[in-house]
Design a protein around this ligand. Structure first.
Ligand SMILES: *[C@@H]1O[C@H](CO)[C@@H](O)[C@H](O)[C@H]1NC(C)=O
Ligand SMILES: *[C@@H]1O[C@H](CO)[C@@H](O)[C@H](O)[C@H]1NC(C)=O
Length: 508
């Protein structure tokens, strides 16, 4: 779980950086008019449910005041709200400050895990869907207009078909002898349920559809811009139909590049419970085709076996490289991350390596890959440097009491803590049982089941007998020293002194 969360961090950074809107200078005039007349409705815990229950269609943005992507979205969202304010039927855009303590109940009710999160609430809030549309004003308007109309559009002519079906998007179309009966009802219900993810249509005349000549209803055809281009399905049981759409819409190999039309598939890739095999290379180089076809063959062979495949273009993959600690001179490379957070790497890959390497992985014969800085040759500062490759020796197997700081090079609080930690280390310099150490948590892997690092700096203390506790005291020299003294495993002598002190306290 933790690992897939962490993978999605780099991915989000990446995708959002692609979506980031060009900075817009807001003139004083615009600002004042925006203030005087806001089209976005502000909701909070006092009026949320009442307002939602009165609306058949309302979009809610959960935001945090400090979130940069929320700030870029705000003027676009406001503009969209204003453009949609006179739409018939009504489309209401609202926002909730989910960072406000009082609104946290709402945030958890709607499973808000990042900012901004946008939800579409229908029928007075009875149906909740994820907003999956664009983040600039015109795109928002277009997407929402479609969301408020019928879930599935009838295709009556070639012109309708041309307008609705594009060779860049998935389209799900039901072919029926008549628009009634259980098959049609089940199809329509599915369209309602999945409408924020896919476009749906229905027709009486299959000949209007691409390659529809030999097609007769009732059939559901999923048209897609990749792989076999369309798949037909004739089981109209609600669950079977949904499973069909979800599975047929995943590419055999997901392409990750700067093209936003691929991002829905990339999001699906990262949300899948499968292990993730990712091949990174320069997709525009002459070598790419050989890799693509071999990767495709392997992916085809492993369909339904718990591994998903992605081809990542070097140009879009900077975040991934940082996250995994990869270097450009290792490209082409393939990396697998499984759900236990283990990673496996094959660098300087050739097309013919892919299949045997994946087989080794499936057979459990690969050794996990660890991101690590080199073990420092000289390590004689008071605060010792720990890296992934030395964490076992220094922290777990040294038999010492170790205070370990997890830091990030860019973190201001870590820089403030550094001289304090150094003073602490100096004060213990004559005590051979105590080690004060630090690890750059952005450049080194560490056991995440032992160390739960959610922010920087985070400190953990491992006593000589192996107990691990997270540091929860203040950030002064005195606090830290006191914490170490309290949690260290003591020699017999120290133990008796401590006992005396404690009994004195008890008496007082
Ligand atoms: C429609 O879906 C329901 C629920 O799964 C199912 O019981 C019913 O048989 C389906 N109808 C058809 C014609 O498949
Ligand atoms: C990828 O390959 C193309 C064609 O060989 C080249 O022009 C481009 O600079 C390469 N991109 C990177 C990031 O190496």
């Amino acid at each position: 779980m933790a690992s897939s969360f962490r993978v999605s961090i780099w991915f989000c950074l990446l995708v959002f950086s692609l979506f980031v809107l060009s900075p817009r200078v807001i003139s004083a005039e615009e600002e004042s008019s925006a203030k005087s007349e806001e089209s976005v409705l502000t909701l909070d815990h006092t009026n949320f449910h009442e307002t939602v229950s009165k609306n058949s269609f309302i979009v809610v943005e959960f935001y945090a005041p400090w979130c940069g992507h929320c700030k870029s979205l705000a003027p676009e969202y406001e503009k969209a709200a204003s453009l949609l304010s006179s739409h018939d039927p009504p489309i209401v855009l609202a926002k909730v400050d989910a960072n406000d303590e009082l609104n946290k109940g709402l945030a958890s009710e709607f499973e808000v895990r990042g900012f901004p999160t946008l939800k579409i609430l229908r029928n007075g809030g009875k149906l909740v869907q994820e907003y999956k549309g664009p983040r600039e004003a015109d795109g928002i308007v277009e997407y929402l207009k479609k969301q408020v109309g019928p879930a599935s559009s009838e295709i009556k002519s070639l012109e309708d078909a041309g307008n609705l079906i594009s060779d860049k998007k998935i389209f799900v179309v039901g072919v029926f002898p008549k628009f009634s009966g259980e098959e049609f009802e089940n199809f329509t219900a599915l369209a309602e349920k999945l409408r924020s993810d896919y476009d749906f249509g229905h027709t009486l005349d299959a000949k209007l559809l691409p390659r529809g000549d030999a097609l007769s209803g009732p059939t559901v055809r999923l048209l897609k811009p990749f792989d076999e281009l369309f798949v037909d399905f004739q089981d109209f049981h609600a669950d079977a139909l949904e499973k069909f759409v979800e599975e047929a819409s995943v590419p055999i190999v997901t392409l990750f590049n700067k093209d936003p039309s691929n991002h829905p598939y990339v999001i699906k890739f990262f949300n899948s419970p499968n292990a993730k095999a990712m091949l990174f290379l320069n997709v525009s180089s002459e070598l790419a085709d050989g890799f693509k076809s071999k990767l495709h063959d392997v992916a085809e062979l492993h369909k339904g076996k718990g591994v998903s495949f992605l081809l990542g273009d070097l140009e879009a993959s900077e975040g991934a490289f940082q996250y995994f600690g990869l270097k450009e001179d290792q490209v082409p490379l393939i990396i697998i991350q499984n759900n236990d957070g283990q990673k496996y790497l094959k660098a300087n890959l050739e097309p013919d390596h892919i299949a045997p390497w994946i087989k080794e992985y499936m057979d459990g014969n690969l050794k996990p890959f660890k991101k690590s800085e080199p073990i420092p040759e000289v390590n004689n500062e008071p605060v010792k440097v720990v890296v992934a490759d030395s964490i076992q020796d220094v922290v777990f197997n040294s038999g010492k009491n170790v205070l370990l700081e997890f830091y990030a090079p860019w973190c201001g609080h870590c820089q403030k803590l550094a001289p304090i930690l150094e003073e602490v280390a100096v004060s213990f310099q004559s005590d051979a049982d105590i080690v004060i150490a630090k690890i750059d948590a952005t450049a080194n892997d560490f056991p995440t089941d032992t160390f739960d690092v959610k922010g920087y700096p985070t400190m953990y203390f491992k006593s000589s007998s192996g107990g691990v506790v997270q540091y929860d005291g203040g950030r002064t020299k005195e606090d830290i020293i006191e914490f170490i003294q309290k949690n260290r495993d003591k020699t017999v002598e120290q133990e008796s002194v401590k006992d005396e002190q404690e009994s004195v306290k008890d008496e007082l």
